[in-house]
Design a protein around this ligand. Sequence first.
Ligand SMILES: Nc1nc2c(ncn2[C@@H]2O[C@H](COP(=O)(O)OP(=O)(O)OP(=O)(O)O)[C@@H](O)[C@H]2O)c(=O)[nH]1
Ligand SMILES: [Zn+2]
Length: 187
Amino acid sequence: MNVDLDKIQQAVRMILEAVGDDPNREGVLDTPKRVAKMYAEVFEGMHIDEDQYFETVFSEDHEEMVLVKDIPFYSMCEHHLVPFFGKAHVAYVPRGGRVVGLSKLARAVDTVAKRPQLQERITSTVADAIMRKLDPHGVVVVVEAEHMCMTMRGVKKPGSKTITSAVRGMFEKDAAARAEVFSLIRS
Ligand SMILES: Nc1nc2c(ncn2[C@@H]2O[C@H](COP(=O)(O)OP(=O)(O)OP(=O)(O)O)[C@@H](O)[C@H]2O)c(=O)[nH]1
Ligand SMILES: [Zn+2]
C-alpha cells in the first residue's frame, strides 16, 4: 500500500484542533496537505526494499576492506515521530568478487532510515542486508545520531549522541580488523 495522503491530512487537522488551534486559520490551511507530502517523503522507505541496491555487483577481485564513512541520514524515531539524524559508516570486505557501487551503501542507509525507526534497527538492518545479499567476509555498520526526542523534549540533553554498531562475519572474531575499521571511522 502506498502512503494514504488523505488520511494523514485528516489526522493533521485533528491534531491542530486537539492542540487548540483553528485548522481553518489562514496560516495553517494548507498545513495538513504539506505534512502529508512531507510524511510521504520522510517515510518513503516503507515502500522500498533495500535489498534491491545489492542486485548489481561488479566482478572485481578485491577482498579487502571498503569503507564509506560520514553518510548523513535523517530518520524519525518510532516512539515520538520526531527526527533523529547523524552519520552512518558502512564497511565490508567483499568475497568472490562481489563488489557493489559505493552509492548503493548510502542508498541502503537512506531507505532504511526513512521509516519509523530505532537507531539500533537501522544499524542492524543495513548490516544484515549486506551480509545476506553479498555474502562478504564481514560487515561493520556504525551509526552516530542525535535524537530530538532527547533534546527538544523529555530528558532535554542537547548535544548528547548515541552510537550504535553492528559487527558481522570476520569482524566478530578478528579483533585487529575490527580495531582498524573503528580507527578509520574515528580518524
Ligand atoms: N533504544 C532506543 N531508544 C530510543 C530511540 N529513539 C528514542 N528512544 C527512546 O525511547 C524511549 C521511549 O520511552 P517511553 O518511556 O516509552 O516514552 P517517554 O515517556 O516519552 O520517554 P522520555 O523520552 O524519557 O520522556 C525513550 O527513552 C527514548 O529516549 C532509539 O533509536 N533507540
Ligand atoms: Zn523518540
